[in-house]
Design a binder for this molecule. Sequence first.
Ligand SMILES: Nc1ncnc2c1ncn2[C@@H]1O[C@H](COP(=O)(O)OP(=O)(O)OP(=O)(O)O)[C@@H](O)[C@H]1O
Ligand SMILES: [Mg+2]
Length: 258
Amino acid sequence: MTTIPRTGAVTPGPVLSARGLVKDWDVRVLHGIDLDVPAGQLLAIMGPSGSGKSTLLSLLAGMDVPTSGCVELGGQELSSMSERQLADLRLHRIGFVFQTTRFVRTLDLADNIALPALVARVDSPAQVRQRARELMERMGVAEVSHHHVTEVSGGQLQRAALCRALINDPDVLFGDEPTGALDSASAARVLDLLAGVVAEGRTLVLVTHDAAVAARADRVLVLVDGSVAEDLALGRDDGEDRAGRLEQVRRVLTRHGV
Ligand SMILES: Nc1ncnc2c1ncn2[C@@H]1O[C@H](COP(=O)(O)OP(=O)(O)OP(=O)(O)O)[C@@H](O)[C@H]1O
Ligand SMILES: [Mg+2]
């Protein structure tokens, strides 16, 4: 199994890097993206609808294959890995929260959250269920753990999706608008939780349309028409200057017409 170093470990290079990443659908959607993400960084990716954010995220997470260019995760080039190794990497080392949450409709929330860990078979089912319970408490969805996915709110579903993404203790967590279905108070709460996840040394790559979400990141990448238009270093958010950080993000977005 591939091991991705966390912060504090001896990390020779970035935990995640992309070189010359190109993706063609009917037309070219990504025009050669270069990116290095150090371990423990909270990176936000912003940009207009259709600028290629979700496409980039799925390439970085090894869920889709680039037309050309390469992605390295934990020092291993994804294109050199077999389907089985990739599946293993996704299951054990990566967490992913999708733009539209995908749950098994016939299972309740708790079972949906536990599922990836039951599949991974690293721990006993009892340990998995205990960890799922702890995560649900942390994310504030424990009270609906036995509800089916059709019986909870969009915000609860999104928080449950975060629990599921964290169940296998991933080193790198990818989120595609993980706060998109939330009101600003719930979004702020989820962000506090995500900041905690980063403080544990995990790397977080987050696509968001919300400047207030991006303002809490260490770094904001602005994608316009499939190219990096801006790479803004904000540094770690200590909660002291949220207004100033938000102002910086807004200024950059305005400059690029977002
Ligand atoms: N599977 C696909 N087949 C064909 N075209 C696609 C596919 N996925 C994405 N595209 C196209 O690629 C472009 C970028 O899409 P992408 O989903 O990456 O944008 P985005 O920045 O995430 O947008 P949004 O903010 O609306 O989620 C769009 O023009 C889209 O239509
Ligand atoms: Mg998208």
